[in-house]
Design a protein around this ligand. Sequence first.
Ligand SMILES: [Fe+2]
Length: 464
Amino acid sequence: MQASQPNPKEEYTYAGQPGQDVPSFDAKRPLPARVQPKPRYVANLAMHRLVPMPTQTPGSPPVPPAPGITGVLEAMAKIGQTPPQWMPANLTRCHPDKFSDNFFVERRLNGFNPGKFKRVKHQPWQYIIRYDCTKYTVEEGGILPSLIEARFKLEDQALYLDSIEFTLNGETETHVPGDADWEWSKRLFRSAEFVFQEIQTHLARTHMNIGQYAIAYYRNIVNNPIRLLLEPHLDGLLNINALGASLIFGNTGFIPEASALSPQEVDNVLKDEIRRLSYRNWSPAGYALKDYVHNNNFDPAAKSVWEAFRDYVSKFFETHHAGIKTYWSEVEGMSRDLVTHSILNPELGTLAIANINDLKQLCIYMIFHCSFFHSWVNNKQYEDGGDIDYATIGLWDKHNPKYDPSAVAQKHAKQVTLLWTLSNVYYNPIMEFGSPDLKEHLWKRRESIQPGLPLESIMMSTNI
Ligand SMILES: [Fe+2]
């Protein structure tokens, strides 16, 4: 490092307390030049931005210039339409049978919250998906079951919805297809799933989980050649995570505003998830269905992409072995920062990078989550969440004295406009901006990847 260059440890400082708060870049500090959004990113975002961006406040970093689609909201207000009426159609609005049980199964397999099926024994059904909210307090007037479980039968290599059980206001009910509350049960499930999709899968697993590796990386990696491998996959992450601190979560964020969880409870769900996440011994195979299911497109795609990244990273390590070793002290610094700030449950070990195999595993894990996995869970948000009738992140009790129809309408407007923006910024597709070697690995596997996600929808990095 040259003397004139700033010390990365002074530029990239952590927010909060080590070991207590989710390790992340302090969003109150200015973004260092190395991670500021590039003009092309600003342009890409502006083309799809319908939601107001946070304004700069004293002591906070500058907000990037993003003029957005000016005048749209005003024009629609004049003709008396609300955003859920005039927003572009999504997948479910174009699906004639969107409330069918078959489509319910299809979206659990291939929609915005994949990889959640668990195999069970000694039951009339073989798989469940369960969301557990017992630890978290639901806001008054909000409807969110403390527990909800969808059960699926496996027959002839296909899954069929068997029943849904939920506990709401202390009462447990079980419903089966065709009974009076069957459609309500599915709506309740879709809403609970939406809450957990946004907090655990999207925000925690991709943005904040990888954010903890990113800040440790930027504080330490200066000359090590893994910079060539990793940095293109971190493009935009610290910027969007800093924006997300006010736009998505925090006191003014979309999730606490539109769902039945308070900002504090959203933070608790997020932290509880980060405590479970480690790069060690992780691969998508651990979460895949245990049986072949003919329309399961996520698991084969995830497995194939994982193998592509594994081969790509292995080749990179062979080529750059000497350089990685020469600058190993930087990796040791990254490892120290990771361990010091980690909130990982101690029973799961540590995030230390003890040797070159650990580093290789970490690189595959980071690239997988920055690109394929984020692209899946982010870009499919509008497919499900762009239709309030189909899925809403917050359900509200109309009989509650505090029920306010105009406030609920605003929550719905925020849901569809924000998800539109988040799902449509296609910055740095991997098949355009990836290295030739990376593109080749993915292209030759396209038949197993594409039924789940078109290659052109996979971005290099988590930047929105
Ligand atoms: Fe995202």
